[in-house]
Design a protein around this ligand. Structure first.
Ligand code: TGC
Ligand code: FAD
Length: 391
């Protein structure tokens, strides 16, 4: 049963508009009714609840910042988007993965770099959830360093031929389309839209994950796939194409991590008030209070970071390094909160009766994808010193 009560120690709600609160509450309600009741079972059985994809579309979760010209539920700001991610990830990081890949990594590049025909053809179907998309950047030999990618687009005059492989791709086994990044004959990175059914294109599933078990992850394999020239994203070339998309997704993840931390904090607080040892509720012991006080402190700081970053994004001023700080910090505090919350629950903390252990396992992916914890530290180090320490 989902009894969640949201902590709001610094009155962050006062910084939100009525529309923000309405959006936040409708997604919170959806999570309570549609995600919380099924998610432990899906995670245990390693099942992606695919039937929720059109429901996410109806709720307006896909690409909310895309203009209403292509998305009837679009035209919203980045705070609305962040609040959606917070609520969905409170339900499960894998559900937020599905939503943020579709919105930030598939719709965003088509909307930002695509031709008018591409926008009209794909965006409405992605917004409604009729199509599911995925984003192929990482390769078996190139994760943190995508500039080394080996996937190739060979120019054959009226079309390209794509060869190569992508690894660890969220949604890939179920996706109708993939936005894929590969190098052309000049070694320049281009984005192309690959459709399921194209000859030579396959999407094997990656099995046996202990993390994000309710999300589906796979490979993208390209064997001489003929790509029509009209499937190339005309508006960008170079690594800045995919990195631009990542800025949007990483921002959303910074909010999502707050949702996880809130869920763990709230579960631990309620449990500590009910559970008695040595004749009194464990919430009455100083060591438990220290854990809860520190959790609330970190959640409050994280809320302020993401809210301010959202305002900067709305003004078009947010920098990559600011996004890195928020993603890195908020996942770290979510991981710490989850670990401390699990301890407050004692033995019960490792069971499926509570969401904490599932969140803990999920966060191991969240701290790795969209740039690892240490890569974000190096992005900040670069910003601070002007010296690049990646290579
Ligand atoms: P570097 O030399 O720094 O930059 C290359 C070009 O890109 C430009 N640039 C950006 N442009 C827009 N937005 C950004 N955030 C940008 N950052 C850099 C830069 O100006 C340059 O442009 P130009 O015109 O001079 O070519 O690149 P580098 O090769 O040194 O790499 C930098 C580094 C390591 C930070 C970067 O490659 C990186 O972020 N690595 C981490 C890889 C990563 O995050 N992969 C994520 C894969 S997708 C994923 O995980 C989805 S999970 C989804 C889910 O399930 O939720
Ligand atoms: P590596 O890059 O091999 O890194 C291994 C370790 O080395 C890390 O600790 C890293 O921080 C460290 N390291 C690397 N370089 C440096 C350096 N210069 N200095 C110091 N330390 C360094 N990718 C997509 O393109 N699309 C997706 O949809 C997608 N979904 C994913 C879903 C899941 C569940 C997971 C786990 C991953 C997903 N990824 C996706 C891939 C993800 O982005 C990569 O796993 C991530 O970027 C790290 O790459 P890697 O796993 O190859 O690790």
């Amino acid at each position: 049963q989902d009894l969640f009560e949201s902590p709001d120690f610094y009155g962050i709600d006062d910084l939100l508009t009525e529309e923000h609160i309405l959006i936040r509450n409708s997604v919170r309600d959806f999570v309570k009714k549609e995600i919380s009741p099924i998610i432990e079972d899906c995670a245990e059985r390693n099942i992606f609840p695919e039937y929720l994809v059109p429901e996410f579309g109806k709720l307006g979760l896909f690409g909310p910042t895309v203009s209403t010209d292509y998305n009837p539920n679009g035209g919203l700001d980045y705070i609305s988007y962040g609040l959606m991610m917070q609520e969905i990830e409170r339900g499960d990081s894998g559900m937020r993965s599905t939503v943020s890949v579709q919105g930030s990594l598939v719709m965003f590049p088509i909307y930002t770099f695509g031709s008018e025909e591409q926008k009209k053809k794909y965006l409405p179907k992605l917004a409604s959830g009729e199509y599911l998309g995925c984003f192929g950047l990482t390769e078996p030999n190139h994760g943190s360093n995508p500039s080394g990618m080996e996937s190739r687009l060979e120019d054959k005059g009226d079309h390209y031929v794509l060869n190569g492989a992508k690894m660890w791709i969220t949604n890939s086994p179920k996706a109708d389309i993939a936005v894929v990044w590969a190098k052309n004959d000049e070694g320049r990175i281009l984005g192309v839209i690959v459709e399921r059914g194209m000859e030579g294109f396959s999407t094997p599933t990656i099995h046996d994950k202990w993390s994000l078990r309710a999300s589906v992850t796979g490979e993208l394999v390209f064997n001489d796939v003929k790509i029509p020239k009209e499937n190339v994203l005309p508006g960008v070339s170079g690594l800045k194409g995919p990195l631009n998309c990542l800025d949007s997704a990483r921002y959303g993840i910074s909010w999502g991590a707050i949702g996880v931390a809130m869920d763990c904090y709230d579960t631990a607080r309620r449990y500590a008030l009910e559970r008695k040892q040595f004749g009194k509720p464990i919430a009455g012991f100083q060591l438990i209070q220290k854990k809860l006080a520190e959790m609330l402190t970190e959640i409050t700081k994280a809320q302020l970071v993401s809210w301010r970053l959202g305002v900067l994004k709305n003004e078009g001023k947010a920098t990559t390094a600011q996004v890195s700080l928020a993603k890195r910090n908020n996942i770290e505090i979510a991981m710490h909160t989850a670990r401390e919350a699990r301890q407050i629950l004692g033995g019960m903390g490792i069971t499926q009766e509570y969401s904490i252990m599932r969140h803990m396992m999920n966060l191991e992916s969240v701290v790795t994808y969209e740039g690892t914890h240490d890569i974000h530290l190096l992005i900040l180090g670069h910003e601070i010193t002007g010296i690049q320490a990646f290579r």
